[in-house]
Structure formats: structure tokens, C-alpha cells
Design a protein. Structure first.
Ligand code: ADP
Ligand code: MG
Length: 387
């Protein structure tokens, strides 16, 4: 068990460096277009402020190459100023003398927001100099930036090795949810996979081969598996170098008595038009699952006690090919199962379906969520102290 902020005792007056993921979309006027990542962090901030620590908040924002006025943390500091009146200050530097002076002046129960970590080239390089400067700012380090836990950067991996540390509520929740699913599995456990590329995702399938009762494969991923079965996939997306691996997975699943469900009909692009087809032929590109497939998948989903899902079941960005993904999202929401959806596109598709509030957990970490689904260790979490 990783130490959490609840386990930190006698921290009143201590300087706490909190790494957040405030990588929110901004427009050119600095208006925040989606504040989900900030609101998700408010419980951790609120808790630490109530413990009367001197809270030093840091995050990256976008992918700046050096200073970039369009990627300043200032708009985020303003957001927090409104939420915590009279408690928030902004410092337009990441580390250095001005930051030290500003922290000197802080009172317990106040917070300061530092400038974008990635304005310093040491951040992504995890440079020892930058790590040392960050570590000098605080007595305790708290990591709650789940979305970057798969990276070894200065502000998460590097600094955690230098200071007494803990995880915040967001990371704690992510760890608990995945632990529940993989270590205290409820059956039937149904895993749903889709998306465009198979190569990135085979580890996901391998990780559930010992645990799931049924694996549903749709989206672009399905065509590599259909090809492996010798079925004509027309001009649909396929990873030819993964066909043998797909065959292996199909065989292993058979040995282990795990059901693998693949599409039995499709919505395809044929001569520039969307068309429902049972069988794909040359000139057809499968871009969504068909009606029969939706029914087949839904039946399996409705029996599940536990569901994990990564990867849209079709090219959902195009309204002609989003029905499959939307229907499956509604089925997952309607089922009695404990459900987790992870992955950037998958989470946005579920949000678009309007049933996001009926999914038990939307894992918003993108790459980090996928690593957890793969059963991998996240480096920035590994370096946090255990109890
Ligand atoms: P996530 O971000 O949730 O991990 P991916 O990035 O792996 O998901 O997959 C999402 C992408 O897969 C989307 O851009 C979607 O258009 C694409 N996709 C889904 N089904 C198909 C298909 N049949 N053919 C081509 N692309 C597809
Ligand atoms: Mg994606």
C-alpha cells in the first residue's frame, strides 16, 4: 500500500510540493475550455489546505519548448484564486530565488501556483539539477498527477526520490479501482477492446487472458483478428505483423475457455458512402460494428458483473460510424456491472454518449490508464513510499 496524504501526520506549517495534472485545454485568450482536470484535483488541495500546510502547486501545461506565454499557468492560478479566495498566489517562475522568496512569505493554509514545469528543460529530462531545485522548495512531496505517472520526469519521479512523499486522492482512487478489478475480480468479467492499432494494445489483451470470462474485440482492432481467422476484411485497417499474435491469442483463449467475440457484421465505407454489410469485400473499409454485432456484444455485456473497456468500436469521430460505440456505451451503463473505461478517445466517446455518470470509473490518465490496464507498474508511483 502506497502512503497517501491521509497517512501524513503533523504536517501543519510544513511546505508541501503537490504535483498536479492541470494540462487543460486553453484558448488564445487563456480561457479554460474544459476544467475537468482541475475540479478533479480540488479534494486533494482542499484537504491539504485544511491541514494548514504551505502548499506549493506545480503542473505541466502542453508541450512548450522553453517559455511560451500561451502556456502559462496563470489562468489556472486565477481559476484557483476564485475557488479558494485570498489563499492563492501565483509565481511566474518555476524554481529559483523569486520562488524561494514567495514561499518564505507564505502562511500555513495558503497556496502558491508555480509556472509551467516544462518551461524548464530539466523537467522532461529529469535532470539532477532541476530535481534538486524542486526538492529544495519543500519538506514533503505529494504526487497526484496520474496522467504523467508513466513518465520519469523531474517533478514526479525525480523529486519523489528526494523527499518524504505520498500520493493524493486522485492517484489513490485510480490504484484502488484497478486493484479491485484485477485482484478481487467479480465474474463474469467482460473486457471490451477496440481502437485503431493492435500493436499497442496486445498487452492489454494478454493481461486479461487469465482473468476475463469474455473478451469483446471491435473497432479497427477486430480486423487483425478476423484476418487471423481467414475471414475477408476487404480494405479495413489491419496490422499484418500482428496476425500471428492474434492467432496465438485466439488459441490461448480457446484453451482457457475464454469467449472471444468478434464482429459478425459491419458498417463500411463503400465508394465514399456508409453501407451496412454482412461480409466485407475488396473496396470496402469496415469502420463500425453492425446491428447484429451490437446485439451480440450487448447480450454479453448485460450478463457481466465487471467490465473494463478501452478503444472505441468504430470511427466514432464520424457521425456515420459512431452508432456502435454509442450503443455499447449505453449497454455498459445499463448493465449491473462495475465498469471502468480508460483511454483518451474511449473516455471522450463515453462522455459524448451522455451516460458517463453511469460508468463507475472513467480513468482519465490516457497512457497511464492503459499501463494500469496492462497490469504494468507506473514508474512515478513505484518511487512513492509504501506503508
Ligand atoms: P483510446 O484513445 O481510447 O486508447 P485509441 O486511440 O486506441 O483509443 O483508438 C481510437 C481511434 O480508433 C479513433 O481515432 C477511431 O477513429 C479509431 N477507430 C476505431 N475503429 C476503427 C476502424 N474500424 N477503422 C479505423 N479506425 C478506427
Ligand atoms: Mg487515442
Amino acid at each position: 500500500m502506497k502512503r497517501t496524504i491521509r497517512d501524513l501526520k503533523n504536517i501543519e506549517g510544513k511546505r508541501v510540493l503537490l504535483r498536479c495534472d492541470f494540462n487543460v485545454p486553453l484558448d488564445n485568450y487563456g480561457d479554460i475550455l474544459d476544467d475537468t482536470r482541475i475540479t478533479a484535483e480540488l479534494p486533494t488541495i482542499d484537504y491539504l489546505l485544511k491541514q494548514k500546510v504551505k502548499l506549493i502547486v506545480c503542473s505541466h501545461l502542453g508541450r512548450p519548448k522553453g517559455y511560451d506565454k500561451y502556456l502559462s499557468m496563470f489562468p489556472i492560478a486565477v481559476y484557483l484564486m476564485k475557488h479558494f479566495p485570498n489563499k492563492v498566489k501565483f509565481c511566474n517562475k518555476v524554481v529559483g530565488n523569486e520562488v524561494n522568496v514567495a514561499i518564505e512569505k507564505m502562511k500555513p493554509g495558503e497556496m502558491i501556483v508555480l509556472e509551467n514545469l516544462r518551461f524548464d528543460e530539466g523537467e522532461e529530462k529529469n535532470s539532477p539539477e532541476f530535481v534538486a531545485k524542486l526538492a529544495r522548495l519543500a519538506d514533503i512531496y505529494v504526487d497526484d498527477a496520474f496522467g504523467v505517472t508513466h513518465r520519469k520526469h523531474a517533478s514526479n519521479y525525480g523529486v519523489a526520490l528526494k523527499l518524504p512523499n505520498a500520493i493524493g486522492f486522485l492517484i489513490e482512487k485510480e490504484l484502488n479501482v484497478f486493484q479491485k478489478v484485477f485482484e478481487h475480480t467479480d465474474h463474469p468479467f467482460v473486457a471490451i477492446f477496440g481502437g485503431a492499432k493492435v500493436s499497442d494494445k496486445l498487452n492489454l489483451i494478454n493481461n486479461v487472458l487469465d482473468k476475463a470470462d469474455a473478451i469483446i474485440i471491435g473497432g479497427g482492432m477486430a480486423y487483425t483478428f478476423l484476418q487471423a481467422q481467414g475471414i475477408n476484411i476487404g480494405d479495413s485497417i489491419v496490422s499484418l505483423d500482428q496476425v500471428d499474435n492474434a492467432k496465438d491469442i485466439l488459441e490461448k483463449a480457446k484453451e482457457k475457455n475464454i469467449k472471444i467475440l468478434l464482429p459478425v457484421d459491419h458498417v463500411a465505407l463503400v465508394g465514399g458512402r456508409a453501407k451496412k454489410v454482412k461480409q466485407l469485400e475488396k473496396g470496402m473499409v469496415g469502420l463500425d460494428i453492425g446491428r447484429k454485432t451490437i446485439k451480440l456484444f450487448t447480450q454479453e455485456i448485460m450478463q457481466a458483473k465487471q467490465i473494463i473497456w478501452n478503444g472505441p468500436l468504430g470511427k466514432y469521430e464520424d457521425s456515420r460510424f459512431k452508432k456502435g460505440t454509442m450503443k455499447i456505451a449505453r449497454a455498459v451503463a445499463k448493465s449491473q456491472a462495475y465498469s471502468i473505461v480508460g483511454g483518451g478517445d474511449s473516455v471522450s466517446a463515453v462522455k459524448e454518449s451522455g451516460v458517463a455518470d453511469k460508468i463507475n470509473h472513467l480513468s482519465t490518465g490516457g497512457g497511464a490508464s492503459l499501463k494500469l490496464m496492462e497490469g504494468k507498474v507506473l514508474p512515478a508511483i513505484e518511487v512513492i513510499d509504501t506503508l
